[in-house]
Write a protein of this length. Structure first.
Length: 266
């Protein structure tokens, strides 16, 4: 099995640089925020963090391609870094500490590009999670100070904790009925939002989560962390990995049942 230790170390260096840049502007009174064509916000910190990461990669991995939320695709080849400089920009611009930089390395293979390294760094929460293919998922302050992540063993929906981002997306896609049925069945629901539910699935504090619309940069890093922790990460269509435009993640035991609820149509 390939050893991705050098790539994982580089991803941590990239995350360290991004953390310094984003924290420097977090809660800044003069933070500049624009509205993108899709009506979502982008801050100067989003752009600066992605530019910083791209600059580091250009020097350290000049042959690798890059896909980022703010500046698109650069380069071609079998290896592609996928970046979301700030996942949770709406939180960031309002001073809510639930946001993270997502960094993934994907490699071409059967079924297209698949994540092989992922780092999720949430500096305002003082948390970081990471994984590499075949070598497990971890959380901690650094590579040398970390604990292994493992999903829960909850096996009944009535005992499960279900996390999501909001109700509106499910309603817009005519999936709200199944979503509400699921929320009535489980033990607990919480709208933590963005990257955080997936990391809690990986560490076993949440059992299932899902979102009806996502981009690749929202999922590439979180997908490998969840799967390397022993969980399942698919689209709502059941396709493994971060390629379906939406996501369902679980401890694996509850995954088929989760998909069954979320795919109901009335």
């Amino acid at each position: 099995m390939p050893d991705y230790r050098d790539d994982l170390r580089l991803a941590h260096v990239l995350a360290d640089a991004a953390d310094a840049a984003t924290m420097d502007r977090f809660k800044a009174l003069d933070l500049k925020v624009e509205t993108k064509p899709d009506m979502t916000p982008v801050s100067e910190a989003d752009k600066a963090a992605e530019e910083l990461i791209r600059g580091h990669l250009g020097r350290a991995r000049p042959r690798d391609a890059i896909l980022g939320e703010e500046y698109g695709v650069e380069g071609t080849g079998p290896r592609r870094w996928v970046i979301d400089p700030i996942d949770g920009t709406k939180n960031y611009v309002r001073g809510v500490p639930v946001w993270a930089t997502l960094i993934a390395l994907m490699e071409a293979g059967e079924g297209g590009y698949q994540p092989v390294v992922g780092v999720v760094s949430a500096p305002a929460l003082a948390r970081r999670w990471w994984a590499s293919k075949g070598h497990g998922a971890f959380t901690g302050r650094s590579l040398s100070s970390a604990s292994r992540l493992r999903v829960s063993q909850v096996s009944r929906m009535k005992d499960a904790s279900f996390a999501y981002s909001s109700l509106s997306g499910w309603e817009e896609r005519s999936l709200l009925d199944g979503f509400l049925d699921l929320s009535r069945e489980v033990w607990r629901t919480r709208a933590y939002g963005d990257f955080w539910p997936y990391m809690m699935v990986a560490e076993g504090s949440v059992d299932i989560c899902a979102e009806p619309e996502l981009s690749l940069w929202d999922m590439a890093a979180t997908a490998i962390v969840v799967t390397e922790a022993g969980g399942s990460f698919t689209g709502l269509d059941g396709r493994p990995g971060p390629h379906s435009g939406n996501a369902a993640a679980s401890n694996g035991i509850l995954h088929d049942e989760l998909l069954g609820y979320l795919n109901q149509r009335y």
